[in-house]
Design a binder for this molecule. Sequence first.
Ligand SMILES: [Zn+2]
Ligand SMILES: [Zn+2]
Length: 149
Amino acid sequence: MAGQGHSHEQQVEAILQEIVDRGGRRTMSRQAVIRVIVDSHGHVSADAIASQVKKDFPSMDVSTVYRTLETLRDLDIVDRVYFADGSTVYHLKDHQHHHLCCEKCGSIEELPITLLEGVEDLLLKEFGFRVKQRPLGFFGLCAKCAQMP
Ligand SMILES: [Zn+2]
Ligand SMILES: [Zn+2]
């Protein structure tokens, strides 16, 4: 798994450093928002991010959190993913992947992009279609939920 052996703290630090390296600033709100996304394993709604940041930093304004999310998107650090069921989550943009979304427990697992590379090649060859929006969601039941009656 990506990032294994690294604590969340280190991952947040690395992302903030990347922002600084690109000439951006490291701010308390950026740090707080990135921390929540990393802690949630990368898939979390804007509202969930806002309420968690509010818990960690009671004095921080919710509108600051939403603004920070937009800034982090502009900086190419996070991306917004729209799923077919109408839900929207934010995840780190550091690696491409597809999603396995459980309709029952709401868990989102990452699916390596290489698994579907053949499909994308086929779409290009057979249909001349070039896939751009990679973050894709498959909806169904996760292994745990599928076992429950
Ligand atoms: Zn994702
Ligand atoms: Zn599930």
